[in-house]
Design a protein around this ligand. Structure first.
Ligand SMILES: [Zn+2]
Length: 109
């Protein structure tokens, strides 16, 4: 079972207390953008086998949105952090890189 630590209230919440919100760190496109960019923003999501950055809400707890970095195959959680963060914190990137040599964060993806 997936267990995430809410960065706001500190609760170790299992997935029954959480609501998934999809991929994190999407670049938003709105009016005036090209059709392709807007379509990508609305519909296309990464579905990696490995490290993934996701949005979660502590629905049956404090109710706040947060972000999590985890492995989709092993459910290993690399860390959670506030939803207002535009890029993963450096300590989480270092944790992932230490466990997965060769892995790197690409800000434009
Ligand atoms: Zn919480």
């Amino acid at each position: 079972m997936l267990t995430l630590t809410c960065p706001y209230c500190g609760t170790h919440a299992d997935e029954t207390e959480l609501a998934p919100g999809g991929e994190a760190h999407l670049k938003r496109f709105g009016p005036g953008s090209s059709d392709e960019d807007f379509e990508d923003y609305l519909f296309r999501r990464a579905n990696p086998k490995g490290v993934h950055f996701e949005r979660w809400r502590h629905a049956y707890g404090c109710g706040k949105w947060f972000l999590a970095a985890r492995c989709t195959t092993t459910l290993e959680v690399y860390g959670t952090y506030p939803a207002q963060t535009t890029e993963p914190p450096e300590h989480i990137l270092e944790t992932i890189a230490a466990k997965r040599p060769g892995w790197s964060w690409e800000a434009d993806t």
